[in-house]
Write a protein that binds this ligand. Sequence first.
Ligand SMILES: *Cc1c(COP(=O)(O)O)cnc(C)c1O
Length: 475
Amino acid sequence: MRYISTRGRAAPQSFCDILLGGLAPDGGLYLPESYPQVSRAELDAWRQLSYADLAYEILSKFITDIPPADLKALVAKTYTAQVYCHTRNGGDAAQITPLTRLEDGLYTQELSNGPTLAFKDMAMQLLGNLFEYVLDQRGESINILGATSGDTGSAAEYAMRGKHNVKVFMLSPDGKMSAFQRAQMYSLQDANIFNIAVTGMFDDAQDIVKAVSNDAEFKSRYKIGAVNSINWARVAAQIVYYFQGYFLATRSNDEQVAFSVPSGNFGNICAGHIARQMGLPIARLVLATNENDVLDEFFKTGVYRPRTSAETSVTSSPSMDISKASNFERFVFDLVGRDPAVVADLWAKVDKGQAFDLSATVYWKNLPKFAFVSGRSSHADRLATIRLAQEKYGVMVDTHTADGLKVALENRLPGVPMVVLETAQPAKFEETIREALGSEPVRPADLAGIEKLPQRVVVMAPDVEAVKRYLVERV
Ligand SMILES: *Cc1c(COP(=O)(O)O)cnc(C)c1O
């Protein structure tokens, strides 16, 4: 299997060659040359498999440059009931991503049972093991530099902690995260994890990362890397739970399902799109946004209009607060018939902050083929849906999952089970849960009192040179 760029001007690469990098050299995103197809016989055989064995079968179609026995061992050590132990609602941890039945034909799929209680763990835990393996093989090392306002940074730290040849330098806005989020990251005592609290906003932290990454000399000299959401391995890992959700929601492979996906950067639902392209019987992909509705607007009108930061709202489903969707280019590549010249033209506009409009093009007529529908949710909708889930179904959902459920309920198909992807646990968003329900979410027992653990963090002014110095002294 080789990987090509959505913009067509980069040499095809193998999986391990794109694993540690980010964008393709032409600015595009990597995708498989073609999507592997899953036969009916394979689907029938896979229905019986454990999550780890299913993950191996699917990933081995995309990862052909790691010996099968090694890949199998990496996947087996990633997807265990111990790592994904935080099940709720009576879910079976052995299933890794079990379903919770809300009513007949309506489920949530728990993707947030990992160490940080959000779905980013599903892919990031595998990434940690893949990084360690490939770096060991090549005798190389990497220093991951990132900025986080919460979920991604902690998922990266929990995935990379204790891994050889990997160090993580994570910038976060000092005092801007919740006490729980701070405790999750700063209480890690592993020697390869460095938390840097920047006295500023998230954007200041992000700007420092960009400045360091734009310094090509520094970047190559100190082997600076990233684990952002455009990383192909993350998307690939996410394909697996669509298959698992399908098997758990149906009895036979003659049936179809729909998935509803709380979306921000389009990474999660991109994996659903690819599962469907591989032949998984998905009748509908429901894309749910919050008030930051750039993707809902596209699927309704054909206009993709990235927002400025001034137009981006801070909402109560903060992990979906995006101004543009970094993985969306992958879907558009397929929508325009995989013509890289068209994608390059469209993103020449996007990269200048401009919009594009596909509504009057031939490509827009292809859209129904991909079975997407979309909707948006507001803070008021979120509160109402959290209450509805509690009162009608006896299930507490987090704010992001509430956005998914709200839009799912508007887009059900008769006779087709609807699976709402549960992307985080309510315990991470206590304030909004309290606002909706007047009560506290229950936190997993092993995370009770995490705020009282000793913390490891340095506080720094938002100064690029100071961050570089800190890094140089520790790599
Ligand atoms: C990251 C995240 C999302 C959005 O996922 P994308 O892949 O960016 O679309 C939704 N919910 C939660 C809780 C997240 O952490």
